[in-house]
Design a binder for this molecule. Structure first.
Ligand code: NAD
Ligand code: UDP
Length: 315
């Protein structure tokens, strides 16, 4: 019998790639549940003809019932401007959403994977970040709706695992980029590419020396599927361990696009982490997973995507 898989947030950036991957390589039924806050039907339009794919509009803050064998919980806005737009809704999505899906997993006795985040480490004092690090999070700042929401969700996952013996998988995802990021998403890769393609100023927040480690979406999806198919509960870091300063990213994007955009400096948002790089030893040893796609190559594919969608906007 074919597996029935629920993907919440399936119409978002990562969710749409996961729907596509499971339909093409795992040959299962995929139910995509989304409230379309940051995702769109367009992201999964190309999958709608597949009889094994269904899209349902639903807010995971409300309970849901479906016959499923596996759940991937990806629903939650991920870009700082989007999750800060309605911070109370972000906390509800992370916490009530996790609760509703864990209840479903308990009723159906099925595996459930949580898309957690490197943000659980906050502005880290340990570098690179290992899963054993407990983090350095401001509990009352503008990022805390997301950081603390995701931390509480992890706590719920482990309590359901201990109390109800539910098989859980917790992935701590580090900055991931690629086609189908929203052009106005506000994250650094999409901002820089869109600004460069429009020859508009590239906005570096702060002095640009803060670091991030950027993982291409195809690599990340490989890691998520491997984690679900393993017996590893996690939490486990999934990300690319090659670290860049934000101004290096700006120069790479300018070079790859051949853009004439100037660089402008804007204030650093509060609580913006100064450094971030995953230690992926656990994923390498227990999942045999290592990201393969270098930044320049992933950026080329992402630039090609944004060129296509921006050309539709300009008559
Ligand atoms: P995204 O904003 O593109 O996708 C999130 C999806 O969830 C959207 O389709 C949105 O409409 C949907 N959604 C939001 N609230 C919902 C609700 N209450 N009910 C139902 N659907 C809801 O973001 P993404 O980058 O694809 O991130 C997906 C998941 O991965 C998120 O949980 C995010 O926290 C996690 N993550 C992503 C990254 C990254 O770099 N992309 C890093 C760490 C963690
Ligand atoms: N950033 C930037 N310019 C932008 C958008 C973001 O300099 O136009 C910076 C931001 O301040 C942060 C880094 O890039 O230091 C990554 O930001 P993003 O919003 O992509 O993700 P996160 O901060 O959640 O890692």
């Amino acid at each position: 019998m074919e597996k029935k898989v629920l993907i919440t947030g399936g119409a978002g950036f990562l969710g749409s790639h996961l729907c596509e991957r499971l339909l093409t390589t795992e040959n299962c039924y995929v139910y995509c549940v989304d409230n379309f806050f940051t995702g769109s039907r367009e992201n999964v339009q190309h999958l709608l003809e597949n009889p094994k794919f269904a899209v349902m509009q639903h807010d995971i803050c409300q309970p849901l019932d479906l016959e499923v064998d596996e759940i991937y919980n990806l629903a939650c806005p991920a870009s700082p401007p989007h999750y800060q737009y309605d911070p109370i809704q972000t906390t509800k999505t992370s916490v009530l959403g996790a609760l509703n899906l864990l209840e479903l997993a308990q009723r159906k006795k099925c595996k459930i994977l949580q898309a957690s985040t490197s943000e659980v480490y906050g502005d880290p004092l340990v570098h690179p970040q290992k899963e054993t690090y407990w983090g350095h999070v401001n509990p009352i700042g503008i990022r805390s709706c997301y950081d603390e929401g995701k931390r509480c969700a992890e706590s719920l996952f482990f309590d359901y695992s201990r109390s109800h013996k539910i098989p859980i998988r917790v992935a701590r995802i580090f900055n991931t980029y690629g086609p189908r990021m929203h052009p106005n998403d506000g994250r650094v890769v999409s901002n820089f590419i869109v600004q460069a393609l429009k020859n508009e100023p590239i906005t570096i927040y702060g002095d640009g020396t803060q670091t991030r480690s950027f993982c291409y979406v195809d690599d990340l999806i490989d890691g998520i599927v491997k984690l679900m198919n393993s017996s590893v509960p996690g939490p486990i870091n999934l990300g690319n361990p090659i670290e860049f300063q934000v101004f290096e990213l700006a120069h790479e994007v300018l070079q790859l696009t051949g853009s004439r955009s100037p660089i402008v400096y804007k204030p650093l948002p509060s609580d913006d982490p100064k450094q971030r790089r995953p230690d992926i030893t656990a994923a390498q040893t227990s999942l045999e997973w290592t990201p393969k796609i270098p930044l320049w190559k992933g950026l080329q594919a992402t630039i090609a995507y944004f060129e296509k969608i921006l050309s539709r906007e300009t008559p």
